[in-house]
Design a binder for this molecule. Structure first.
Ligand code: AHR
Length: 637
């Protein structure tokens, strides 16, 4: 549909001088671009990702674990008793025994009656199902113990909800009476094609009376780059297509927690999974911390992103602020340890710990953010907290750039993080936001921003708001050095979403990018190294542009946004160049209406469409369709 829409536009506008405009077109605007005029630098880190555990972003999302509530911290949620035939059993959470100090509880399965034919045990329904592929090996494991050898082996099966038949199975040997880990592979064969590939569940059963305790029950599909304890392939591929320069983690509100004790306490998120106690996230569910601190860094490594590490800065959302001074000192030390864990050599205490955790090579960090949205702290303590972190971190790591989450009166932060959650119309009227910002002040990090229109994922109207806003950030990217849309991910199954308008939606078996996602892909895929100054006149008020140039490649990237319901012809006037190649590239993202969107069942309704651009000249006309975002790649020197 999009290609044909684009074809119509091209059919009526094949050459600069012979355009015939649709009847409802607005009068022609002029965009003057002088490539010889002084240019400012485009930040090489302009577009990145912001992430946190929200909307089942990791558990039930990016983190590929398929077993939900694998450590029973949410009681028996997602676990159900299985009694085949005449078998008789009961299940409960046993808070007196677990496989480690970090996991002191377990699932107790008490079997009164069972035999080879009538087995008893438990089933788990996963994160809205288990998505299974044919001929695929799933790595499974659990910690368990039995009350005696008599309880026998444990059968483990992935079972189709439709047929009730096992599609993959394995048997763990007779359990010992002390806690031990059991590993096995569940391999699927030819699976019946099914509209819902996630309509499967996991079953663990025994054939003899007795008592069995389980904890940390885990099933992993193949992961991105085959990482142990790794990430979902489809979601990583979608993120990779955004070419993100950095990853801001671990939050967001998830960093702060509702209470100090629920903060992101990084030391409890590293090492073997059995030593991670899990913790409540402020978004209403328990975080498994399977995607812990090291996994964040490995995620950066996999997608070639700079880590932008946010450290807990002594404020949690229930107005719990730690007083600057001695009381804050342990938290400052935690941040120093965290930076050492990431960047230290193996001769340092925490660098050695990272090595023991499986990553001897240090990671490189340039930016550390001190806290999150500290303007919510009504005590005003950030005035003391930021400087205390700043002094301690700079003393040990003078090259790090330290981001403040709000302006600080007593000192000049290196960078300040601005957040914008808005309607499209608000972004349309504020694309000049940074035009007049004092260039001698701190650099700007737009660490969270989004047009919040459309649920669970943004619609095309939101993509237009985003694109308009991005033209403003791009034009000012000498001062706006980094920007990241938020939130990034949402599980669109019922109950998955806590925050409306999230960039990428998914269920256990499918994922899709919203129109806003494709706007991000476009803006970051076509970006020069210098900002070309220009002047747009005579356009409708919802028409926006950004022009960047890569002198080495001799390519001008011109982004044009028409958020109006009528087409907008734009006469493009290029000066300061000697040659302009006649043929270039046009990539267009458009829709018939602002409410049009992508969904799980119609994931590619709105996607970028590429065309060759003909008859480019120093002056030529581009007719922007109604509701369109266009990138023109023009070769000019
Ligand atoms: O992105 C959702 C939330 O919005 C973040 O956790 C928080 O930083 C902001 O208020």
């Amino acid at each position: 549909m999009l290609s044909s829409r684009l074809a119509v536009v091209l059919a009526v506008c094949t050459a600069a001088t012979t355009c015939v405009y649709p009847a409802n077109a607005q009068s022609r605007a002029t965009l003057k671009l002088d490539l010889a005029a002084p240019k400012t630098k485009v930040s090489p880190n302009l577009y990145g990702l912001m992430t946190e555990e929200i909307n089942y972003s990791y558990d039930g999302g990016l983190y590929a674990e398929m077993v939900r509530n694998r450590t029973f911290h949410s009681g028996l949620e997602d676990w159900f008793l299985v009694e085949d035939g005449n078998a008789e059993a009961s299940i409960s959470v046993d808070r007196t025994t677990g496989p480690s100090d970090a996991l002191p509880l377990s699932l107790k399965v008490t079997v009164k009656r069972a035999d080879e034919h009538d087995q008893a045990g438990v089933l788990n329904d996963g994160y809205w199902g288990y998505a299974l592929k044919p001929s695929t090996a799933y790595k499974a494991s659990f910690y368990a113990k039995g009350d005696s050898a008599g309880v026998g082996p444990v059968s483990v099966e992935l079972v189709s909800n439709d047929t009730g038949k096992a599609v993959a199975s394995a048997t763990a040997p007779t359990l010992s009476t002390g806690w031990a880990r059991y590993d096995f592979t569940l391999k699927t064969g030819d699976l019946q094609p099914s509209a819902n590939r996630a309509a499967n569940h996991l079953v663990l059963k025994v054939s003899h009376p007795g008592t069995v305790w389980f904890s940390l029950i885990s099933v992993f599909p193949p992961t991105y780059h085959n990482r142990e304890n790794g990430n979902r392939v489809d979601l990583m591929e979608k993120l990779a297509a955004m070419h993100p320069a950095f990853l801001r983690f671990p939050g967001g509100n998830y960093l702060e927690g509702d209470h100090t004790r629920e903060r992101y306490d990084w030391k409890t998120t590293i090492g073997p999974l059995v030593d991670r106690p899990t913790h409540p996230s402020p978004w209403g569910y328990q975080s498994s911390d399977g995607l812990g601190l090291l996994e964040f860094f490995e995620w950066c490594e996999d997608l070639h992103m700079q880590p932008l590490l946010a450290v807990y800065a002594g404020y949690s959302m229930a107005q719990e602020a730690i007083e600057p001074g001695p009381q804050l000192a342990p938290y400052v030390q935690d941040a120093l340890d965290e930076i050492e864990y990431a960047t230290g050599g193996t001769d340092t205490k925490w660098g050695a710990q990272r090595s023991r955790d499986g990553h001897p090579a240090p990671f490189h960090i340039s930016y550390v953010e001190i806290g999150n949205e500290d303007w919510f702290d009504r005590s005003g303590s950030y005035e003391g907290r930021y400087p205390q972190f700043y002094r301690a971190i700079k003393a040990k790591y003078p090259d790090l750039q330290l981001i403040a989450t709000m302006p600080v009166k007593s000192m000049r932060p290196d960078v300040v993080d601005d957040h914008f959650y808005r309607r499209a119309s608000e972004f349309f009227s504020d694309t000049q936001h940074y035009d007049k910002t004092d260039r001698s002040g701190p650099k700007i990090f737009v660490g969270e921003w989004a047009t919040r229109e459309g649920t669970p994922t943004p619609n095309f109207g939101a993509a237009l708001g985003d694109a308009a806003w991005m033209t403003g950030m791009e034009r000012n990217s000498d001062i706006v050095m980094m920007a990241s849309y938020a939130p990034l991910l949402v599980n669109v199954d019922p109950g998955g979403m806590q925050w409306e308008s999230d960039l990428i939606g998914y269920t256990a078996d499918k994922s899709y990018g919203s129109p806003s996602y494709y706007a991000q892909v476009l803006f970051n895929s076509y970006l020069g190294t210098e900002v070309v100054k220009g002047e747009l006149t005579g356009a409708n008020p919802r028409c926006f542009y950004s022009a960047t140039y890569n002198a080495e490649k001799g390519i001008l990237y011109l982004k044009l946004v028409n958020a109006s319901s009528a087409p907008q012809p734009v006469s493009i006037d290029l000066s300061g160049v000697q040659t302009v190649e006649k043929t270039g590239k046009l990539v267009s993202l458009s829709a018939t209406d602002t409410q049009e969107t992508n969904t799980l069942t119609d994931p590619e309704r709105i996607v970028p469409v590429e065309h060759s651009l003909k008859d480019i000249a120093p002056t030529f006309t581009q007719n922007l369709p109604a509701y369109s975002i266009e990138v023109l790649e023009i070769h000019a020197r």
